[in-house]
Design a protein around this ligand. Structure first.
Ligand SMILES: CC(C)(COP(=O)(O)OP(=O)(O)OC[C@H]1O[C@@H](n2cnc3c(N)ncnc32)[C@H](O)[C@@H]1OP(=O)(O)O)[C@@H](O)C(=O)NCCC(=O)NCCS
Length: 179
């Protein structure tokens, strides 16, 4: 668990009650145009199924899911994942994925806190290399650069925005010191 001025970050595993709160964040981000694997409109049913699959996967130890809570209300406002299922020859590596902060809660440092927390988690698991990709020119791209992630390059026309139209993706990596 990690606490900052704006949020409390904790690991989520066996908490089906959180599915609805995580669904709210996902639907809001997709409505806001975030290219995070879904097209608009994303139904509540589809989003809840996604989170159920993610929690099942976390319980199998395939990924770590973090959630950011507003300290006063306990409301979930953001989430990020560390994907641990890697080929046998990459035991030191993990992917960062599905980073999302509700539009209501943005620009207060929640995104930064989530990244720092997932990096800590990765270190504790003995990971020394993290990889992610994000929409070129997005708020997220600026965040990763500011936090010291190394930009590798851009893949043009990589995915669709939720309402259509291709977006490019920027690939980043970060080397971690073993803890
Ligand atoms: C990318 C994303 C997660 C960032 O979340 P966030 O909580 O807004 O992130 P932060 O608050 O840490 O930083 C965002 C901005 O707010 C600024 N900020 C942070 N704390 C602040 C504060 N207390 N007061 C004013 N501004 C602040 C940061 O400097 C940063 O500025 P910039 O955009 O000009 O570079 C969010 O925009 C999001 O969910 N986007 C859609 C999904 C997405 O693209 N995910 C990435 C997939 S890889």
């Amino acid at each position: 668990m990690m606490k900052t001025d704006t949020c409390l970050i904790r690991q989520v595993k066996e908490e089906p009650l959180l599915i609805s709160a995580l669904t709210d964040v996902l639907i809001d981000c997709v409505e806001g145009g975030a290219s995070i694997g879904f097209m608009h409109p994303l139904s509540r049913e589809q989003a809840m199924l996604f989170w159920q699959r993610m929690l099942d996967s976390a319980q199998r130890g395939e990924r770590v899911i973090l959630a950011a809570e507003e300290p006063a209300s306990g409301r979930i406002v953001g989430t990020v994942q560390l994907v641990l299922t890697m080929p046998d020859n990459q035991p030191h590596r993990a992917d960062v994925a599905k980073m999302q902060v509700h539009r209501d809660a943005r620009r207060k440092g929640v995104g930064k806190a989530l990244i720092l927390a997932i990096e800590d988690c990765a270190r504790q698991l003995g990971k020394t290399l993290l990889v992610l990709d994000t929409v070129t020119g997005s708020d997220a791209e600026r965040l990763y650069e500011r936090l010291g992630w190394q930009r590798c390059g851009v893949i043009p026309g990589y995915a669709l925005f939720p309402r259509g139209g291709l977006c490019s993706t920027t690939v980043f990596y970060r080397q971690l010191d073993a803890s």
